[in-house]
Design a protein. Structure first.
Length: 220
């Protein structure tokens, strides 16, 4: 029985813009996977969007050859960039200003050159896009006006419904929280989704896309 139980534990790595968010992402990932996971450390850390994109190929290669990680979850903020839509999901489509499209393309290009290693074909992909920033996810269910739709409509009209600073202010009481305090607040907020992420998936398609990736993983 012990071996059965341990086979249910997934092994995965998380790469995001800040370590403050990774504990909260861990809770969301377990909720979607409906199983616990062991965190595999990536070889590099990132700070902010461009650095996530830059280190991604090296992180994938490291996990593939040097670890037993089954998958890698990458989450970034959209900030002011183009928000991923269903239209971007068309075969062979790629929006150069969309961070989700760019992360997926980098993933694809990196894994396709790698030979099987450590008993698996490739490291599985999970990509999420927090619109406009992860603090919007943390407000989900507490303020019905904070949704990905509200942001996208605001972008289209040129009148943003809120700023990223305002979202941070509401979660942390400041737009420059300490790492430790940010981590604690993030974990408290995602507790609402520990057993059910449906509301978050509904209000934030950039999270739903990550949930779809995770549910497509065949972890055995
Ligand atoms: Zn896209």
């Amino acid at each position: 029985m012990a071996s059965h139980a341990s086979s249910r534990v997934a092994k995965l790595a998380i790469l995001s813009e800040s370590p403050a968010d990774e504990a909260a992402f861990g809770i969301l990932i377990e909720s979607v996977l409906e199983r616990p996971f062991v965190r595999v450390r990536a070889n590099l850390r990132a700070r902010g969007w461009p650095s996530v994109l830059q280190v991604l190929p090296a992180v994938i290669r490291h996990l593939h050859f040097n670890t037993d990680a089954q998958g890698l979850v990458v989450v970034v903020d959209s900030d002011d960039s183009v928000v991923h839509t269903e239209a971007h999901d068309a075969p062979d489509y790629f929006h150069p200003q969309c961070r989700m499209c760019r992360l997926r393309a980098t993933f694809r290009q990196t894994v396709k050159r790698l030979p099987p290693a450590r008993g698996r074909e490739r490291v599985l992909r999970g990509v999420g896009l927090a619109v406009p920033a992860v603090e919007a996810w943390y407000l989900c269910g507490r303020d019905a006006r904070v949704t990905e739709d509200a942001w996208v409509n605001g972008q289209a009209r040129g009148v943003l419904p809120y700023t990223r600073g305002q979202l941070k202010e509401r979660i942390y009481g400041t737009d420059r929280p300490s790492l430790e305090y940010a981590l604690r607040r993030a974990v408290v907020e995602v507790e609402r989704f520990r057993r059910d992420t449906r509301r978050l998936e509904h209000d934030f398609p950039g999270f739903a896309a990550l949930a779809r990736d995770l549910r497509s993983w065949n972890l055995g």
